[in-house]
Design a protein. Sequence first.
Length: 774
Amino acid sequence: MSYLDELNLPQREAVEYIDGPALVIAGAGSGKTRVLTYKIMHLIENGFQPWNILAITFTNKAAREMKERIAQKIGEQKAAQLWMGTFHSIFLRILKVEVENTDYQKNFTIYDQADARNVVKGIIKEMKLDDKTYPVNDIASRISSAKNSLIPPNAYAASELYADDCNSRRNYTDKIYMQYARKCHQANAMDFDDLLLQTYILFSKHPELVKKYSDKFKYILVDEYQDTNSVQYMIVKALGSLHHKVFVVGDDAQSIYSFRGAQIENILNFKRDYKEAKIFKLEQNYRSTQTIVNAANAVIAKNTRQLKKDTFSENECGNKIRVIESAADNEEGFLLAADILKTINRDGLNYSDFALLYRTNAQSRILEESLRKRSIPYKIYGGMSFYQRKEIKDLIAYLRLLVNGNDDEAFKRIVNYPKRGIGDTTMDKISQIATQRGLSIWNTVAQITQLDPSISARTVNALAGFMKMIYQFKVDSQKPDCDAYKIAMQCASTSGMLADLFADKSVEGQSRYENIQELLNGIKAWVEARGKLAKQNPETEYPVTIADYLEEVSLMTGDEGEDEDMNKVSLLTIHSAKGLEFRNVYLTGVEEGLFPSAKSVMSITDLEEERRLFYVAVTRAEKCLTISYTRMRYKWGQLTPATPSRFIREIDTRYLDFGVGGESMFEASSDTAYAGRFRKTFYQNDQAAKGVTEKSFADAPPAGFKKIPRSFATFKKADTSDFAAGVLVEHPKFGRGKIVSVENSGADTQYVIDFMSAGRKKLLAKFANLKKSE
DNA sequence: CACGTCACTGTTTTT
DNA sequence: CAGTGACGTG
């Protein structure tokens, strides 16, 4: 049987059409990945060479998975020759090859977003600007948008972006941008946006390279096209200019990256750019139940700008979408954890069938806690990834600095770690001189005695010692038998990092030490894997230098999925859930101000993007979707009231089931912070919120919203029979403790409890709100 | 210069 | 509630 038989008609047509540009509008769950994979196999079967195919994915993980699948069909060797990866990784590869045609040296390093922010921060400080008027994050993202819209520093002052800045009295933004560009260049460093922008500049300055690559890439595929930005769009256009075989796949309803410069217009206007383009629509959703698909469609229909498509499901109708209300965010976690366990028992499912989605990373913590209490195994995607940990970045900074001495951010990061007596005052002085002279920090320090005689001999000595050490690393790393692992190990021990971390006997310190070990092991594994590849393909080079390692690691997000198929509940943001699917999805924190986010409700465009995000979230679920919101959420250490999101209301009530309860973790009367405040109905609260949010709130509520099924007045009293002397318990305020004795009986029952931190207390049973502790 | 204490302030989303 | 920065003391 041919693989083509595994496709439905439009999928098959999209795969088979290889004569010209094509746009595939692929609704959620419509088999987009399958089309892309089969398409590539089809191309190869029809005479395209793997190295002539450029396939751009949205994440490295997606590229890896697709490559694996293709490798099964056409063999690993061929698959390895495909140009497949994210825009960033593909362009990095091109930039490294063509580096002599750029303004950078070949050992350039990559500034991640934290590095970029630090640079901006330093500039604002050095320019003596008020950091309230110039918030680092905002300015950094201004610069990023400028780059993504192809506005170079010298053109910024004439741009609309700058006009906005001036309106908010930030007239120096153009100067900051200029200085930023200068500093990065000085440091021989590119930030993430540069990987795109510099590629664009490379191609505009060198038409012969456009020719070279547009000839090379005989077929170009771009996934998630709705999330491409201007630079990416322009480069794809240039690369496709010769053969016109540009095959883009996307879904305008799932465009959720405008904050990163994504232009939904790129997909909306594809037909305008490629007049002869064929359009294929994948409308059948194979993933979700009809209920889920219909509900998602109903929500997205509220958006004005979109391509016409009609997604449908022929799967079972499925259960209604459940809506769970909780009294507070900790109860939300409590209820969902309980629900997961109940569902697993009832339906015989695995942990890995479940995912908890949220709008912001900050929400993960409390959910984690609830899962941990119930001993539910989980894994978190994204968030603080391995490569963002302090100790990992520290060691990587050593490696970066030995490869590129001008990497100022790396220099500043480790010059005094471990402590060498080189403090902030010294470094401030040096940075200032470096800026004045237009030198990198390394080059400034190299002649510091001439440039600033005022620095004490002791400090100069410490600086010299540091530089000598780094220089030695550099020399050693260039010895022919030195691989990435050897030099990394040497850095870790000679620098004193290992000893420093080893000496820290705190739990965190030990885990930092282990993380460094893990990183070193990872580097070792990388070196070995490359060696193996080199043996398999003697004609290809697989260098194992530290520079090569850094190149690879700098774009890693840390989702190295070793425990990929472990049986765990997934916790992730909706953004990182894009492209994934789970049998049972819990969409958490669906509250006004959080989802849609407070910032987004200011403009229709932003609100529409939030709605698309909601659409993405809903369509992740295969069988069962549960939407959860809470009435009270901790925000900045303070309990603040919350109202259910408008998005819930946008789903027709016939798809919703409000009758989902669950045993509350609170006693009705036990905690005055909660008592009384939640007895309002859903609808009443919404009315109260009407004034501060949006017009749609004035709409009459659908029938199902009149009442909430869970009444806080009727909670079952805690079953006290479990509590006797010697039992370990947990109290919401006093934490863990042990019951010493039980006095009286009935309503007057009292416990005497020794709490681990709060000491001995006597509590009235009916107010104690105790839980058994394990 | 290192280390401790205290006040402040901020939460979208990511390659 | 954190994580960060400012400030003051060995």
